[in-house]
Write a protein that binds this ligand. Structure first.
Ligand code: FAD
Length: 515
């Protein structure tokens, strides 16, 4: 085997035609091009034991978004005289079979820093190289190559945004290749190729689908580029973008780009996005700067990718050298109340409903619920919250999600644990009438605005008039925020002192005083 004239382009993320160096290389000088996507049962097949519809690794909204993205890619490939080949099974096994059957000389796929792919790619590369197949696996999911940044920093990832930005410089320009056609797909041999499956083809039942609330965001490169163009058209908005000033409760017209799901699956190239922002900046006399600017948001993404790539056990507290060791409490009842939008705090519950229904929420909304679950009120482990986000977000991203959960729980990167988001007053600043709550929690829609953030304080006559009795139609708060947050601050103080002591920075006497 080996030295064949065909190329295999293995799509995993990077589900796009534009700025796709692996695709460009695969299509150059090849007699045949095999564009392949492997449906990994692990990722796609229904798991009846999961807490919400979906597979063992992803919620249904993200699976649906991925399928829409694949359909879009297939349509685009067909316009270029090719098509997307879908195979089902363990990616390693399927790929090896294809390499053997299709007389492949070049195997091309985007480099992926996630541990799941890192482990898989070692095996695939070994097999390909032993078989005389050339492997091309460029970094194109992120602006920068995390490995290079780590090398520039003496072998360790920079752990502050400022130091990251200083090291990073400018990212490579995106490829602006425009294809008029692609090499034809060659002989398929005995491989059992199918079209992109539907959700039903994957085994999700009709009955369950009827009840399911699908995200309003549609997957695919076409949607991504449309959304990007719409954002870039409003040049003043791009130039004046300041993340902390955005309104987390805006849902008809959200305050940010909502491009994260497209970046997650690589329907949109982050380098192309960066390049478009720079074009806007060049056309105007002034613009905002990182960390709050729109360009600065893309740098946050790369910051977390670099930190994650250079930190062993980044996705857990134990064995993670950058994560503070905090004795989080185990309380399934409180955790489930948070997960299932039943905390009795409408601001928190509305955000958790938006997560389930849309698979996306504004960054500050994510802040609110992550803080509430961990160091703000419930003192529950960030890994439990991370798991829920990982499943339900359509933009769920291994590096960014873990990094932000550590940030919000004051386990790493950010340490001002006394600054807690109030579950009753934070949302009110942006949305005094509670329109966001009324939309995502219709049970509260007739509660007067004076009580919408704290409905348990409404007199019974008002609850009755609003058809919502607190404790019956909507839960009582699971904790008192004042006392719970005070207790959380105390425990965080203790944990921080202990962490310091373990690092040899506090004397034994200080420790005794704490006990
Ligand atoms: P915009 O403000 O329009 O920003 C543009 C892009 O910049 C985003 O699409 C995203 O790729 C990147 N970006 C923005 N903010 C951040 C940030 N804080 N960290 C890293 N990249 C950022 N984002 C994910 O993409 N996937 C996740 O799994 C994820 N989990 C999160 C978990 C928690 C607890 C928190 C607090 C935040 C999380 N974020 C995650 C970061 C952030 O909330 C989203 O990227 C952002 O809200 C997406 O909306 P947008 O595309 O409109 O963002």
């Amino acid at each position: 085997m080996g030295f064949g004239s065909g190329s295999l382009m293995w799509f995993r993320k990077g589900i796009r035609i534009h700025d796709n160096p692996a695709l460009e290389f695969a299509s150059r000088g090849s007699s045949h091009l095999y564009p392949l996507f492997i449906i990994d049962p692990h990722y796609m097949e229904p798991d009846p034991n999961a807490f919400s519809p979906g597979s063992s690794r992803a919620g249904l909204n993200r699976i649906n978004f991925l399928l829409q993205s694949l359909v879009d890619l297939d349509v685009k490939l067909k316009k270029l005289g090719s098509r997307l080949l879908i195979l089902h099974g363990d990616p390693n096994e399927v790929l090896v079979r294809c390499l053997k059957e299709w007389n492949i000389g070049k195997l091309c796929f985007e480099y992926d820093t996630d541990p799941y792919y890192q482990a898989m790619d070692i095996k695939i590369k070994d097999f390909a190289l032993a078989s005389g197949i050339e492997v091309f696996s460029p970094v194109s999911h992120t602006l920068f190559n995390p490995m290079e940044i780590i090398q520039k920093n003496g072998g360790k990832p920079p752990l502050s945004y400022q130091s990251f930005v200083k090291l990073a410089g400018d990212p490579p320009s995106p490829l602006l290749t425009k294809y008029s056609s692609l090499p034809a797909v060659g002989h398929l041999g005995s491989c059992d190729i199918s079209e992109v499956p539907t959700i039903k083809d994957l085994g999700y039942e009709d009955a369950k689908l009827e009840e399911f609330s699908f995200s309003p965001f549609k997957g695919g490169e076409s949607e991504a580029l449309k959304q990007l163009e719409a954002c870039m058209k409003d040049k003043m908005w791009v130039a004046n973008f300041e993340k902390p000033k955005g309104n987390p409760s805006a849902f008809f017209k959200p305050a940010t780009t909502i491009l994260s799901p497209y970046l997650k699956f690589g329907c949109l190239s982050s380098r192309y996005f960066y390049h478009c922002i720079q074009d806007v900046y060049k056309s105007l006399p002034k613009h905002t700067s990182p960390p709050v600017s729109l360009l600065g948001q893309l740098l946050w993404r790369d910051f977390f990718y670099t930190a994650a790539f250079g930190t062993p056990n980044f996705d857990r507290m134990k064995g993670n050298r950058i994560c503070k060791q905090i004795p989080w409490k185990d309380d399934d009842k409180l955790f489930e109340a948070w997960r299932d939008a039943k905390t009795g705090f409408p601001w928190i519950d509305a955000i958790m409903v938006q997560l389930r229904q849309w698979g996306w929420m504004h960054h500050l909304a994510r802040h609110s619920v992550a803080c509430f679950l961990t160091r703000g009120d419930l003192f529950i482990h960030w890994e439990k919250g991370r798991d829920v986000f990982e499943r339900l977000l359509i933009d769920s991203d291994w590096a960014i999600n873990n990094g932000n959960w550590m940030w919000l729980s004051c386990s790493s990167f950010f340490y001002q644990y006394h600054r807690i988001y109030s579950p009753t007053t934070f949302g009110k600043k942006y949305d005094p009438n509670g329109d966001y709550i009324r939309h995502f929690l219709p049970v509260l829609k007739d509660i007067p605005k004076e009580y919408i953030y704290e409905p348990w304080t409404a007199p019974l006559s008002i609850q009755t008039k609003a058809n919502c009795i607190i404790g019956k139609d909507y839960p009582m708060p699971v904790v008192s925020h004042d006392s719970a947050s005070k207790e959380c601050r105390r425990k965080m103080g203790e944990a921080y002192a202990l962490n310091k002591a373990l690092n040899g920075l506090v004397s034994e006497d200080d420790l005794k005083n704490l006990r």
